[in-house]
Design a protein. Structure first.
Length: 99
């Protein structure tokens, strides 16, 4: 990530999408226009958590470095320095992937 220090607020997270493989399992290389955006990535930054109606903060269940799977149209793309990242709410994350 760039030298910028960007910290999401509330229940938002900043995710870097993982790169999609350049070829199919059968060995066919895909042109740039045929590739879909990946639906998984790495959490780069996480907000402090959501505040409920009573003023109590609920910490997020994801943290920096977690590999996650998210919805196909989740998040808002932003360019921070040379990196293109996604801002999304924790509720848009469907799973944490453990290796």
């Amino acid at each position: 990530m760039s030298n910028w220090k960007v910290t999401p607020i509330g229940d938002r997270v900043l995710v870097k999408q993982d790169e999609e493989p350049q070829k199919t399992e059968g060995g066919i290389y895909l042109p740039e226009t045929a590739k879909e955006a990946p639906q998984w990535g790495t959490v780069k930054r996480a907000g402090p958590g959501k505040v409920d109606e009573q003023g109590k903060r609920h910490p997020l269940s994801v943290k920096e470095g977690d590999k996650v799977i998210f919805g196909k149209y989740s998040g808002t793309k932003v360019k921070i320095g040379p990196d293109e990242l996604l801002f999304m709410r924790e509720e848009d994350i469907m799973a944490v992937v453990e290796e």
